[in-house]
Design a binder for this molecule. Structure first.
Ligand code: ATP
Ligand code: MG
Length: 392
């Protein structure tokens, strides 16, 4: 019956009283989805631990661990060996299983947890017996009960004895799907993919909307954004991607509105379209990658002018972060290298030379009202291309 499993410690969801079962069901679904390319697994729960067991023989455990590290709702996880509830088996298998760990440590201790009270030895006795054989097998080791480099844990449970030593940090956060659904406005830049990741981490299922202005922007620029969505989907799960043809609207802004308001009016129109698409898809919030004062369109005044047209909450998880903090996350989640590829975003196509950092709302409204954008908005929405993006 010897086999390897992965034990998962739940994150914040362990705290969520009544909703706990729904949270856990969501997490189980997400784990299975994330592991679908690795192999077949069963997921079972006991207290605040989940057990992931392979149902096939030739499972690549390293790969499974890599995938699980990107599932939100997991605080920590551990690879463990399950063996028979016999002291001799536990001793023999622990010596063997720790051969990748104990030769490289100087100090260790054994912790035993006896959940199955029918097991004949007490926890201190198990510690003693197992510690003894480990010391024999790895004679360079010293026992240190206070600050051991390695703690070998043995848990005697109903279905077997679990041996493990290395706990790895999980992705944290809440299971995707436990907080509802939202729309991220995604560009090819560094910031919005990070914003998407951060809100998926709080449990949101993501749709993404991207505005393109061919021929000013290229197919490769759009491809880059789809690539970014695919990287984010390793964490966020399936992303529904909406690509909006925005050329005519941008040309109309350029033709009919004062240059100093180009960007703000463009952002208001982006928001209007994003809200329309969100409503059609039952999404309850927008997400952007804005950070206060990073550029002219991200001042309080400019954000107020954008928010004026928003009839649903706008989440800006990066609002208080410095660029280098954002870049650090972008590197960690793997979007940075793609984000810095040099393709034009539609925002940069018609940037005004002197954008207003403190736009007067009356003037913005009046400038936008000088042209009837409604038909172009309809046309843009009709022209949206939708696809599902999902990393394996
Ligand atoms: P990013 O790095 O995300 O591009 P940024 O610092 O370049 O952000 P802006 O270009 O001003 O900032 O864009 C601000 C936000 O507007 C972006 O974070 C994104 O949410 C949204 N946005 C910008 N361009 C687009 C686009 N072409 N399609 C969809 N959303 C966009
Ligand atoms: Mg940008």
């Amino acid at each position: 019956m010897k086999k390897e499993v992965i034990m998962i410690k739940l994150g914040e969801i362990a705290l969520k009283g009544l909703n706990r079962k729904t949270f856990e069901d969501t997490l189980v679904k997400n784990i299975k989805w994330r592991l679908r390319g690795v192999g077949k697994f069963s997921v079972t729960r006991a207290q605040s631990t989940m057990y992931i067991e392979p149902k096939e023989d030739d499972i690549d455990f390293e790969e499974a661990v890599e995938h699980l590290q990107k599932v939100f709702g997991i605080a920590a996880f551990t690879r463990a060996l399950v063996t028979e509830k016999e002291l001799s088996c536990i001793q023999k298998d622990a010596v063997e299983y720790m051969k990748d760990v104990l030769p490289y440590a100087k100090t260790f201790k054994v912790t035993a947890k006896r959940a199955d009270k029918k097991f004949p030895l007490t926890s201190p006795q198990i510690q003693q017996e197992l510690g003894g054989v480990l010391l024999e097998a790895y004679p360079h080791l010293k026992v240190d009960v206070h600050h051991p480099e390695v703690t070998v844990t043995i848990e005697v449970r109903d279905f077997g004895a679990y041996i493990h030593a290395k706990q790895l940090p999980g992705a944290g956060g809440m299971p995707v799907g436990s907080s509802g659904k939202a729309m991220v406005l995604i560009s090819g830049g560094i910031d919005s993919p990070v914003a998407a990741y951060m809100m998926a981490k709080r449990g949101l299922i993501l749709h993404a909307i991207h505005f393109v202005s061919p021929p000013y922007t290229s197919d490769r620029a759009q491809q880059k954004v789809e690539d970014l969505c695919e990287i984010v989907s390793q964490y966020a799960g399936k992303i529904t991607f909406h690509c909006v043809p925005f050329t005519k609207i941008q040309e109309a802004i350029k033709l009919h509105c004062p240059e100093e308001f180009f960007t703000i009016i463009m952002r208001r129109l982006m928001m209007e379209i994003a809200i329309r698409v969100s409503e059609e898809n039952d999404l309850k919030a927008l997400i952007t990658g804005e950070s206060l004062a990073q550029v002219a369109s991200q001042t309080i005044g400019a954000i107020a002018a954008t928010d004026e047209v928003c009839t649903m909450p706008v989440f800006r998880p990066l609002i208080g972060m410095d660029k280098n903090e954002i870049i650090e996350i972008a590197r960690k989640i793997g979007t940075f290298e793609t984000s810095i590829l040099p393709f034009e975003d539609c925002c940069t196509v018609f940037t005004p030379k002197h954008p207003k950092t403190r736009p007067n709302l009356e003037q913005v409204r009046a400038s936008q009202a000088a042209f009837d954008f409604a038909p172009l908005i309809e046309e843009a929405i009709q022209g949206i291309e939708v696809k599902t993006i999902a990393a394996l």
